[in-house]
Design a protein around this ligand. Sequence first.
Ligand code: GRF
Length: 203
Amino acid sequence: MTGTDAQNKIEDSNIKVAIFASGAGSNAEKIINYFSGYEKVKITLLVCNKPDAGVIKIAEAATIPVLLIEKEQFFRGDAYVEILKEFGINLIVLAGFLWKVPKQLIAAFPDKIINIHPALLPNYGGKGMYGHFVHEAVIANEEKESGITIHFVNENFDEGKHIFQASCPVLPTDTPETLAARIHQLEHAHFAPIIETVIKNLE
Ligand code: GRF
């Protein structure tokens, strides 16, 4: 596909994105702002499993509907596939969503679920490796470098095909907080443009 073909594709199609997030929502906010001027790409829904998450206020301020989900239906029901289809969602972006994505949801959105992880996978990924745990482990191992990985989601935590990585130094003086702040800057700079690239390549 040429650059022009890709551009045509994005202009011809109507891409509806659901962001799944359950934290402060700084990445969600960047993504919402990035696509706010786009006619054909709409952030259509915020899916969240924590009623008090900061990201809910961010969605509300942008007048994006919020779907609060429950464990039972997510893991043992239909994983909200029906509602997501009703909203016409064709891409799911995980931006600080910690629950494992059930098989059923992956099957309904094959290669259409993207996650961002605050480390250079395959290192520092997997169950329990999230948020400050990642940065603590990186610092404890005296790594010289960390970064971000944007990847497709499969049935195993943090194991789907990589789309993009970017790295940053780990300084001897770093605490988990200072490293987290540096990683957040990388996330904010790259996540939305990479989502745009994925959208351009959607079949
Ligand atoms: C990010 O660091 C992301 O890598 C991880 O969760 C964090 C979410 O941060 N998956 P925020 O809620 O977007 O500020």
